[in-house]
Design a protein around this ligand. Structure first.
Ligand code: GLY
Length: 363
């Protein structure tokens, strides 16, 4: 039988602006707590960075400085198996989730020293790794370029997930948990108070919510906030990626070299990423950038030098000066954006933090 606390929770309405992995994960966890949740998405479900992202769950590849962010990333990585299990159970969909680690390779002494120094800094952050001599790397990753290979650092806890499958599962899981999903539904303005917020939906409708989450990725500062200071700026950081449909398994793990990475999904798609560009919201795929990525791919995996990518695409990472996570200036608005290169990785911890904070503030 539901207690009075549950009934009270059910009476609270939460509006989530953004139907990407961050907004959707938060909506799912809030609905599981009994809140009435509506997701407003200006375009399609998971159609931006959550669709474009490679799906690396890789503190080892991404965390090298900020201890608080590294701790959050490690925590989120630890939450991933349960997150995936919950989504599979709630949706009945399968999710490609591979916990096989990642290898960083170095060509030449300078790269090798830099990798080892980074691994030492990361150990202090709680990220473990193992140095591997070149002959070991050659034995375990036989498809990689061997010429001038100096060694590799293996990160056993890095993993990957197919974010498109996560989004498909999240949609069903959200709907089954009672989340209302409004696609092609842009929120232009939010009038924030301390105990609630009114949202203006494009087209003129006004909706009142007990709390509003801004989780619109690179578009998060396009939502005009009234009654409270403007939220920190969000901006797009464009990334091009390549996909090769491969009949065989080439990469059992993520492989990284400098700014490039390779990973292969269970469906055979081998992904090569990624450029990092401040180009605004320019969607065009640029042949010169594709060529650079093809060169990097062919260098690392010589077999790819003979192969043309079957797919090329670009997406917008959600940039901001810092990760924006939590209640905004004591108002009923909560921010969840600025995940930059780690939106897929940080989704479970973001959803957990937000749902816990909102439950504690509203009840
Ligand atoms: N997480 C990898 C990237 O943003 O390219």
């Amino acid at each position: 039988m539901a207690g009075s606390r549950d009934i009270q929770e059910k009476q609270k309405n939460i509006g989530v602006i953004g139907g990407g992995i961050i907004g959707a994960s938060a909506a799912f966890r809030l609905a599981q707590r009994g809140f009435r949740v509506t997701v407003f998405e200006r375009g399609g479900w998971g159609a931006e960075a959550s669709w474009a992202g490679a799906g690396m769950l890789a503190p080892g590849g991404e965390m090298d400085g900020d201890p608080a962010l590294a701790a959050l990333a490690i925590k989120s990585r630890q939450l991933y198996p349960q997150f995936v299990k919950d989504l599979i159970e709630a949706s009945g969909r399968s999710i490609d989730f591979q916990e096989n680690g990642a290898l960083d390779v170095a060509y030449g002494d300078a790269e090798w020293k830099a990798l080892q120094a980074r691994a030492d800094r990361q150990r202090v952050l709680g990220i473990c790794s193992k140095a591997m001599a070149a002959d070991k790397v050659k034995a375990f990753w036989p498809f990689l370029r061997t010429e001038n290979l100096a060694g590799g650092i293996f990160y056993p806890d890095d993993a990957l997930v197919d974010p498109r499958e996560v989004m498909a599962a999240l949609r069903i899981a959200c709907e089954r948990a009672g989340v209302a999903i409004e696609l092609q539904s842009e929120i232009e303005t939010v009038i924030a108070g301390e105990t609630g917020a009114s949202m203006q939906v494009a087209g003129g409708r006004e909706v009142h919510m007990d709390a509003v989450i801004v989780a619109a990725g690179a578009w998060s500062s396009a939502v005009e906030l009234h009654g409270v200071a403007p939220q920190p700026a969000a901006f797009p950081v464009k990334g091009h990626l390549l996909g090769y449909r491969m009949p065989d398994k080439y990469c059992q793990t993520i492989v990284r070299c400098g700014q490039s990475y390779l990973l292969q999904r269970a469906n055979g798609l081998l992904i090569v990423g990624a450029s990092v560009e401040r180009a605004g919201f320019e969607r065009a795929v640029r042949p010169a950038v594709v060529l650079q990525l093809e060169k990097a791919a062919g260098f690392l995996l010589p077999h790819l030098a003979e192969t043309t990518p079957t797919e090329v695409w670009a997406g917008f990472r959600p940039g901001s000066d810092a990760l924006q996570l939590g209640r905004w200036q004591g108002s009923a608005v909560y921010l969840a954006y600025g995940h930059y290169r780690n939106g897929i990785l940080l989704a479970p911890v973001t959803a957990e933090r937000l749902s816990t904070e909102i439950a504690s503030d509203l009840l």
